[in-house]
Each structure stands twice: as C-alpha cells, then as structure tokens.
Design a protein around this ligand. Structure first.
Ligand code: F6R
Length: 248
C-alpha cells in the first residue's frame, strides 16, 4: 500500500486538500460534478480548514461538488452536539459555497424499519452519480473505517452497525460518559468504499501507529477492516511521522 509521510499533520492536510481541490477544478473544467466521500472525527478537520481557506483566498468553488458522508450515529438528530450532520455544517459546509442539497449524510433519526431501505438508496444514489471520485477516510484504533467495525465483510453494504467497545470508549469524552454514547451507527459499507476511484486514509499521532502498521503491513483480515484497502488499486495512507513510527 502506498504511504505518504509528512513531518506534520498540518503539512499532510495541506497536500490532501490540494489533491481534492485539483479534482474539483478538473471536474469543473469538464463541466462535471466531483463526487466526494467525506469523513468526520478529529483527523480530517485540518483538511476541511484548508479547503475553506482555498475557497476564501483562492476562489475555489464547491458548486459542482456532491458529497456523501461515511456515517452517522443512530439515533442522533442533525442538531445534536455530537451529530456528524452538525460536525459537517460547522467544519465545512456552512463556510463554503456548496449547495446544501448536494450534501448527503446518513439519517440517524429514521425509524428502525426504514433504515434498510434508506441504506439501499444511499448506495444507489452514489452509483447513479457514477460512483465516488474520492473517498477520505480516518481509521479507528481498532482498524475500523467508517463505522465498519472488526468483523465487517469485504462486501458489506451500507447498514446499521453495532459499535465496538473501543469505538464507544474513544467517543465517551465527547458524549460526557460512556453511557451516553450511542450503541449503533449507520455506515457506508466496505464494498462502496472499495469501489471509490481514489481512497485516501489519514492518520496522525502515536496512538494510531500500531493499527496503521497492521493495516498496511499485516494480513488482510476482517479483524482489521482497514487492511482491506491493501486490495484497492488507487489508495494512499497519508501519515505524519509519529504515526508512521512502527512501519518497517
Ligand atoms: C468518521 C469515521 C471514523 C473515524 C475514526 C477516527 O466519519 O468514519 O472511522 O475516521 O473513528 O476518528 P478520529 O479522527 O476522531 O481519530
């Protein structure tokens, strides 16, 4: 798996934002849309900040951009403090010229009997637009991508996933205690991630070094869903030096 190492997360984030901007401009010049798969969490924040800067200072327009987020907690409303709807509005959407109708995030408020159909439609919508041109990913300490937890099949579809204990523990502070962390989330499946034309996984810091080493150099296994990316033909792991420390 190709890895790109940077001295800092800032530097790495600028390079990734630059790649996304180049894709958007390329599509603009063709009169086409750029279909982006987006992630939340602490890792991609600087990429979004850099895209906002490019919008303000370099005239980068998002009018031809269509986005699909990876996941949302179930059940969490779009205005809840920890909701990924809110995260995306605050970290990106409200600060650029994207059409809100072009921004898709799994709906965490659906009645349970409607979730299956919603998930089918979410994937169908991506396919109708010609697939994801670019998928941005973070990685959980347990190797999850999106909320595809260990045990997820390589062909898994978009679905309601029961969150791992590690995942819930890592979110505990944000939710003011483990008991408040949702037990489930809707996540884009591994299959749709693997079908993206380009995948960029970001990871910063020592606490991710061990799992990144397993994902990049270990066996391809359902115990480390990020290891499936070894089978993608156009993927990059973008790391800062401390995160790359365990790589041989
Ligand atoms: C978020 C997502 C998750 C995170 C991962 C890392 O949309 O899909 O897989 O990317 O849990 O989270 P941070 O970046 O907060 O360490």
């Amino acid at each position: 798996v190709p890895t790109a190492l940077y001295a800092s997360a800032d530097e790495a984030s600028r390079a990734v934002a630059e790649e996304i901007a180049a894709l958007i401009r390329q599509k603009q010049s063709e009169g086409a849309s750029a279909v982006l798969g987006l992630a939340t969490g602490s890792t991609p924040k600087k990429v979004y900040a850099e895209l906002i800067r490019m919008h303000r200072q370099e005239g980068l327009s998002f009018r031809n951009v269509i986005t699909f987020n990876l996941d949302e907690y179930y059940s969490l409303g779009p205005d809840a403090l920890q909701s990924y709807h809110r995260f995306m509005r605050e970290q990106l959407f409200d600060q650029i010229d994207i059409d809100p109708a072009h921004c898709h995030i799994p709906d965490g408020t659906l009645p349970i009997q409607e979730v299956y159909q919603f998930c089918l439609q979410y994937e169908q919508h991506i396919r109708e637009l010609g697939g994801l041109d670019f998928q941005l990913l973070g990685i959980g300490r347990n190797g999850h991508i999106g909320f595809n937890e260990p045990g997820s099949h390589v062909n898994s579809h978009t679905r309601l996933m029961t969150l791992d204990q590690t995942t819930r523990a890592d979110a505990a502070t944000e939710f003011g205690g483990l008991a408040n962390v949702p037990r489930k989330a809707i996540t884009l499946g591994i299959r749709a991630i693997m079908q993206a034309k380009r995948v960029v996984l970001l990871a910063w810091g020592e606490h991710k070094a061990a799992i990144v080493q397993q994902a990049v150099e270990g066996p391809v296994t359902e115990s480390v869903p990020a290891s499936y990316l070894q089978g993608h033909t156009n993927v990059a792991f973008v790391l800062d030096v401390s995160c790359a420390a365990s790589l041989t």
